[in-house]
Each structure stands twice: as structure tokens, then as C-alpha cells.
Design a protein around this ligand. Structure first.
Ligand code: SF4
Length: 176
């Protein structure tokens, strides 16, 4: 599996194998609210979407914090659409992990990933999921999902724009 990153669509932003330890608490109130909701509902449902311009790409969302709001905006911008029975079988499952990954949520992310059928790739959306972002040195935060699951792409931003997210997904899938 190749590992790529995107700023816009091409720039790698995360040094893989970062071993920085986390030393202060996460201080993002919005993140805490969204994460609380995620802890309540993640795993209970994993809604699937298709990329409008390439419906063979099936998206599964792991929405953990504020970057998830930008992922959600891809729906309102008609970049993705909810999966229906009318869609053809997907050629690949793309898991978008967006937001701060706390150590408390890490097992849930791993469990969610293991539940996705092959073929599949994981993409870190935003600085937090890629490297810990502004909370990289917090004791409660994981330094990016590479510490948890095989990760094929990284989309830069805090947060990245909705169109950049979908450009990144399509670029990654196109390179496989
Ligand atoms: S990268 Fe920025 S916008 Fe995204 S979850 Fe982290 S703090 Fe929030």
C-alpha cells in the first residue's frame, strides 16, 4: 500500500512514524462536543456515501471532531450523496477519519476500521487525524491514525475545505 498526502491534492504534510508524546490536555471545546456525540453513536451506525462524480468510490465516515463538519459539507455542496440500493457495487471503500483522535476513541476507530470490508483504504482528514494537529502534545490525543491503522492518505488543513477533501479522495483512489 502506498502512502500519500495532500495539501490541496498533492503535498505530504505528515511525517510518518512521528513518536512525539502528548503532554497537555485537548482544549478544543467543539472537539469535545463532537467527540462526545461520536462516543455515543460511533459503531452503532456507519452511513455510507458515494462520490457524485465517481460513484464507484464508497465513503464511510468516522466523524470525530470539527473536521467532520467539513466532511458533512461535501453533502450540501453535492460532492457526495447518500448511498442507495440503486448504486452499483462499490469498487473501493474509503474510510474518512476526520477530527481529533483521543486515546479514549482509539479502540473504536480500530474496531470501525476492522469492520469495513476489503478493498478499503483509510484517509486522515485534517491535521488532527493526520498528526494530532494543534493537540499533538496532549496526553489524551493520538499522534495521528497511523498509530492505529494502515493509512493511505493525508488531507491537509485545519480544517480542509470540502472540495479539497473530495479531490484528495479521488486523487488517492486514482493512484492505486
Ligand atoms: S484539524 Fe483543526 S478543524 Fe480539524 S479536528 Fe483538528 S482542530 Fe478541528
Amino acid at each position: 500500500m502506498r502512502h500519500r498526502g495532500f495539501a490541496g491534492t498533492t503535498e505530504t504534510i505528515v511525517p510518518r512514524g512521528s513518536s512525539s508524546r502528548l503532554q497537555r490536555l485537548c482544549a478544543c471545546p467543539a472537539g469535545w462536543v463532537v467527540q462526545y456525540a461520536a462516543e455515543m453513536f460511533i459503531g452503532a451506525q456507519m452511513p455510507a456515501y458515494r462520490v457524485v462524480n465517481d460513484p464507484g468510490i464508497r465513503l464511510i465516515m468516522s466523524d470525530l471532531a470539527c473536521c467532520a463538519l467539513e466532511v458533512g459539507s461535501t453533502v450540501t455542496q453535492n460532492l457526495i450523496e447518500a448511498e442507495t440500493a440503486a448504486h452499483e457495487p462499490a469498487r473501493i471503500n474509503v474510510v474518512l477519519i476526520s477530527g481529533t483522535v483521543t486515546k479514549a476513541l482509539a479502540p473504536v476507530v480500530e474496531q470501525q476500521w476492522s469492520a469495513i470490508p476489503e478493498p478499503k483504504v483509510a484517509i486522515a482528514v485534517g491535521a488532527c487525524a493526520s498528526s494530532g494537529g494543534p493537540y499533538w502534545d496532549a496526553e489524551t490525543v493520538v499522534n495521528g491514525i497511523t498509530e492505529l491503522i494502515p493509512t493511505s492518505g493525508f488531507i491537509a488543513g485545519c480544517p480542509p475545505r470540502p472540495d479539497v477533501i473530495i479531490d484528495g479522495v479521488r486523487s488517492l483512489v486514482g493512484s492505486l
